[in-house]
Design a protein around this ligand. Structure first.
Ligand code: PGA
Length: 229
């Protein structure tokens, strides 16, 4: 199983440092590669310093779709790679809704992430209003990604993010089968209100891992499966 933590815009420098020190103590070396932590860009230096020499993976939550140029305030994917990031989240519903990211922008970002030897983690998922149309929504959000490799795809229904609501297993499995049908080579994750109480009920053979928001902010809740440690 792969456990991807999405810190969003949370953790102070000190909180992040304490988190990483405790994570290193709690997760033995051979299990560390199952964890990917996606952090605010301002914490990249800390990640590089604290996690060098470990097998933990880490990356960013967004990047620009070019490596350099007159784009004040944006983050270069090339520089992210140079700092040690190996994964970048793209198409999170918060970026689509709050920052107006379009399908074209998300596709361009995913391509430049791969060009820079990193893995894009693409979030797809329907809103509550789109629920009855979820297959079409997923297919349109996946358009143009089938030739991209490596690629991780997280099924994250918008209504499940941060809400405590979780789709039932049948809903998750039908979404995962749409993703696998369009992009057979992708690694597939589920995200949206995942925590230690519910994750076991969501396990199924199609699923490769979880994308975890709120529960990833504390080491004890980020480690969902004590047996994995
Ligand atoms: P949540 O967030 O686990 O807090 O619902 C998931 C996400 O937004 O990636």
């Amino acid at each position: 199983m792969i456990y991807v933590g999405n810190w969003k815009m949370n953790q102070s420098f000190e909180e992040a440092q304490k988190f990483l020190q405790s994570l290193k103590q709690q997760v033995p070396e051979e299990k560390q590669k199952s964890y990917i932590i996606l952090v605010p860009t301002m914490l990249f230096g800390l990640m590089r310093d604290e996690l060098s020499g470990t097998n933990f993976n880490w990356g960013g939550q967004n990047c620009f779709y070019k490596n350099e140029g007159p784009y004040t305030g944006e983050n270069s994917p090339q520089l992210m790679y140079e700092m040690g990031a190996r994964y970048v989240l793209v198409g999170h519903s918060e970026r689509r809704l709050l920052f107006g990211e379009t399908h074209e922008m998300i596709l361009e970002k995913a391509h430049i992430i791969v060009q820079n030897k990193m893995t894009p983690i693409l979030c797809v998922g329907e809103s509550l209003e789109q629920r009855s149309q979820f297959q079409n929504v997923l297919k349109s959000q996946l358009t143009g990604f089938s030739n991209l490799s490596p690629l991780m795809v997280a099924y994250e229904p918008v209504w499940a993010v941060g809400s405590g609501k979780i789709p039932n297993n049948l809903q998750i499995q039908s979404a995962l089968s749409v993703i696998k049908e369009v992009i057979p080579h992708s690694t597939v994750l589920y995200g949206g209100s995942v925590n230690g109480q519910v994750f076991r009920t969501l396990l199924c053979k199609e699923l490769d891992g979880f994308l975890i928001g709120k529960a990833s902010l504390k080491v004890d809740s980020f480690i969902l499966d004590e047996n994995a440690v």
